[in-house]
Design a protein around this ligand. Structure first.
Ligand code: FAQ
Length: 339
């Protein structure tokens, strides 16, 4: 369904170009070395000099991505105790655990840029940092779990495979493993929905109803249209972002239409049709007011998601305290033995 060849260059319109910048002679030399690396498509590593704006952009994007992974555990986690069979429960448990793991790799990648885990989590818990709009929608039926795998993970892979070639080494390397796991997630979602589609009339209706609710929020998940995307131009010049929001959205629509036909569901868009001239699908208008309301804290489940996350963090304080006390005791013992 999606390529496993995660690190293959695609037809990105323009190669990343360094951003011109003027400063004192010492910084100008460092900037020049950084620019040359970006132009040569080499990786920037944590110990390398980098412009502050590049560092800030990476901390913003990687931490938002990490927050999305851990908040993203909630909608599906709601169904672990209600999965319809032991097999589906085991699969779902493993998937939700994978998402937690992705959060951990990403927080670690962000920490290499000099921001502590506590600072990153503080941004999330105080509502200052964003996480993906898509996780503010509810999971009302079991079919929603399959649709998250098929469409949400499908969209996530489409967006994240190009990040495997991001110019910042730790982020790019984390993404390789994440994409491999997301690819499994997408397939299990498709397989779960296919099973339901081969079942009863009621099951087929449940799948269709879930697809109807998720389709538009999933398209919005790729971010605002290119013309309204303030971070895109800079992100692309730095080789952080490789393909634009609109181009990825289009690739996703084109990949998903044939999958929906195989599954036997209708995508809820009367304007969706193949455009022979463009060799791509045309699709209807996305409700950007709904997207921005959700991003700005007023989606269907924003308050619930954040409250659940803050409670989990507060309830886990004793575990962190115990781990730190244990580590301090181990260190003291090692010092005593060495003395
Ligand atoms: N939700 O200028 P742009 C997953 C914000 S992981 C909320 O276009 P940029 C795995 C954006 O931050 C899903 N906010 O920004 C999983 C910016 O605000 P800021 C997450 C959004 O950075 C599956 C403003 O709008 N994936 O699904 C959204 O160039 C299943 C202007 O936007 C990633 O994070 C949105 N959808 O492009 C887990 C991938 N879109 O920060 C569990 C990495 C935009 O200036 C179950 N991130 N905004 O205040 C990216 O690729 C990029 O950051 C974009 C946004 C494409 C998300």
């Amino acid at each position: 369904m999606y390529t496993q060849a995660l690190d293959v260059p695609d037809s990105t319109p323009a190669a990343p170009q360094a951003v011109p910048w003027v400063a004192g002679p010492a910084e100008a030399a460092l900037q020049e070395r950084f620019d040359l690396k970006i132009d040569a498509d080499q990786k920037i590593e944590p110990q390398d000099w980098m412009p502050q704006a590049y560092r800030r952009t990476l901390v913003r994007q990687i931490s938002q991505h990490a927050h999305s992974e851990i908040i993203g555990m909630q909608p599906e986690g709601n169904w672990i105790s209600r999965a319809p069979s032991l097999k589906r429960k085991a699969i779902l448990l493993a998937k939700v655990q994978d998402e937690g793991g992705h959060g951990l790799y990403l927080y670690s990648a962000a920490e290499t840029l000099g921001t502590s885990r506590d600072q990153l989590l503080d941004g999330l818990h105080t509502g200052k940092a964003k996480y993906s709009s898509i996780f503010n929608y509810p999971t009302l039926t079991w079919a929603d779990v399959g649709v998250i795998g098929w469409l949400v993970d499908g969209a996530a892979i489409m967006n994240q495979v190009p990040i495997c070639r991001c110019s910042y080494g730790p982020y790019a390397r984390a993404m390789i493993r994440i994409c491999k796991e997301e690819s499994f997630h997408q397939r299990q979602g498709f397989e779960s929905l296919m099973t339901m589609m081969k079942g009863t009339e009621g099951q087929r209706a449940m799948v269709q109803e879930a697809v109807n609710r998720w389709w538009w929020p999933v398209l919005a998940m790729f971010g605002p249209p290119d013309a309204d995307s303030p971070n895109s131009a800079q992100g692309m010049r730095w080789g952080i972002k490789r393909i634009s929001n609109d181009a990825l959205r289009q690739k996703f629509v084109d990949a998903t239409v044939p999958q929906a036909a195989i599954m036997g569901v209708t995508l809820p868009d009367s304007e969706l049709r193949w455009n022979e001239e463009r060799q791509q699908h045309d699709y209807g208008a996305i409700d950007w007011d709904e997207f921005w309301a959700t991003v700005n804290g007023n989606g269907p489940c924003n308050k619930e998601r954040l409250a659940t996350r803050v409670k989990a963090h507060t309830d886990g304080q004793w575990v962190r305290d115990a781990a730190l006390t244990y580590a301090a005791k181990q260190k003291a013992r090692a010092l005593k033995e060495a003395a």
